[in-house]
Design a protein around this ligand. Structure first.
Ligand SMILES: C[S@@+](CC[C@H](N)C(=O)[O-])C[C@H]1O[C@@H](n2cnc3c(N)ncnc32)[C@H](O)[C@@H]1O
Length: 205
């Protein structure tokens, strides 16, 4: 569990939730657990989640043309996603943030890690600037940026409105992320599934 940090937007959202109907969180139980063909051989908190991607795609009958990711770092999740989607676009500042263990420029390493796969495109940008330039839709969007309530909510709401399915890493290790995912499900009328392993994966569909 990550160290708790005070965030006013998170506390306000928790307070507002007390006066609203609870958003149901459905336990996600995968039936297919299978390693994808592509795998980046380096440590990542995402490890394990690659094995349930096929299950998510089949369960929610997702098309596999376009995938977008916010939060690439070294490209672990990006490479895993590229096993299934015709194109994967990864957006990251590549500067790290206060929740990542490694804070340095990861762009060159990420580029090298994804270089064997020609269906991956990396874009160096913050999500705030990127979303102003893209009005298209995706089959799946993955959100794994700085784990504040405000950023997860802003980036995640845009993502839920621009994809059939949005997945969020760290719903168990960061209460801010879980609260943001709940509020996104409430706002969009979508369902919040939660896979509690591997630090938690929220699925809004
Ligand atoms: C937890 S890491 C991503 C891990 C990656 N998904 C993996 O599989 O290992 C979070 C990343 O989000 C990026 N990030 C943080 N804030 C961002 C923002 N506002 N816009 C875009 N990227 C951001 C950081 O640079 C960092 O690389």
């Amino acid at each position: 569990m990550a160290k708790q940090e005070f965030e006013l937007a998170h506390r306000l959202s928790l307070l507002q939730s007390k006066f609203r109907a609870a958003v149901p969180v459905v336990d996600y139980m995968p039936t297919i657990i299978e390693m994808p063909p592509r795998h980046l051989d380096r440590k990542s908190a995402w490890e394990g989640l690659e094995s349930i991607l096929l299950d998510i795609i089949r369960r929610f009958e997702l098309k596999t043309d376009r995938c977008l990711e916010f939060g690439v770092e070294f490209g672990y999740s990006t490479v895993a996603l590229s096993s299934f989607f015709k194109s994967v676009r990864g957006v990251d500042t590549f500067q790290g943030d206060r929740h990542t263990t490694i804070i340095r420029d990861t762009y060159q390493e990420a580029l090298e890690n994804v270089s064997p796969y020609d269906n991956i495109e990396l874009i160096r940008s913050d999500y705030q600037s990127y979303v102003k330039t893209d009005s298209s839709t995706y089959d799946l969007i993955h959100v794994d940026i700085i784990h504040t309530f405000a950023d997860t909510y802003a980036c995640g709401l845009w993502s839920a409105e621009h994809s059939k399915c949005t997945i969020f890493h760290d719903t168990e290790s960061f209460p801010q992320v879980k609260q943001a995912v709940s509020e996104i499900a409430r706002k969009t009328g979508k369902t919040f599934y939660n896979f509690p392993e591997c630090y938690g994966l929220g699925i809004v569909v």
